[in-house]
Write a protein that binds this ligand. Structure first.
Ligand code: ZN
Length: 189
């Protein structure tokens, strides 16, 4: 059974992910993340709650490896974990930041799938052919490209893991952000 506390924590964590997705490349994304009321949040299933726990553990383990010098302890509140992770890796290099962002975004995709929101997959492009409208394939737990000409080298259907989609998503947003910066300033550094 879900407790009110776990529902609230999971809802808040999901919201932090939403917030992150809206600002996927921001180094200061976690700072000042808004706190949401949980009134409009659908109850989460057991798998989704287990996934929240696993996500927190993954972020903790990631930080132990990537940022062992972090003095600030892991927050007890699950909803504050992404904020903590982002705040304590602000000065990391681009490659490390990209890895971190891809993990968080992949966790978001996993959360969406577990709560029945498979439509989120359709918004992504195939990392190979660029076709928009990937399809979620439950038996394989992968996103399927709908372009019939897009095949693997051995002629099979092209399918992508959520981790691969997340990496592609973060890279694409980074390019967009870089282009926007250039266009905005009119000056390349
Ligand atoms: Zn494709």
């Amino acid at each position: 059974m879900e407790t009110d506390a776990s529902q609230q924590a999971t809802a808040q964590l999901a919201h932090l992910v939403d917030h992150f997705v809206q600002h996927p490349t921001g180094r200061r994304t976690g700072r000042g993340a808004p706190v949401r009321s949980i009134e409009n949040t659908a109850p989460l299933n057991i798998d989704a709650i287990s996934h929240i726990d696993a996500s927190v553990r993954e972020i903790r383990d990631y930080m132990r490896t990537e940022s062992p010098g972090t003095l600030e302890p892991l927050p007890a509140d699950a909803a504050a974990v992404y904020d903590w992770c982002i705040r304590n890796t602000e000065t990391d290099d681009d490659a490390a930041r990209r890895r971190r962002d891809a993990i968080i975004y992949r966790q978001y995709l996993e959360h969406c799938i577990l709560t029945g929101d498979v439509k989120v997959i359709r918004t992504h492009r195939c990392p190979d052919c660029g076709t928009v409208g990937l399809h979620w394939n439950p038996p394989f737990k992968k996103a399927l490209c709908r372009n019939i000409r897009c095949k693997t080298p051995d002629g099979g259907l092209q399918m992508w893991s959520l981790a691969r989609l997340a990496t592609a998503h973060i890279e694409a947003h980074e390019k967009l952000a870089a282009r926007a910066t250039l266009n905005g300033s009119g000056v390349s550094r």
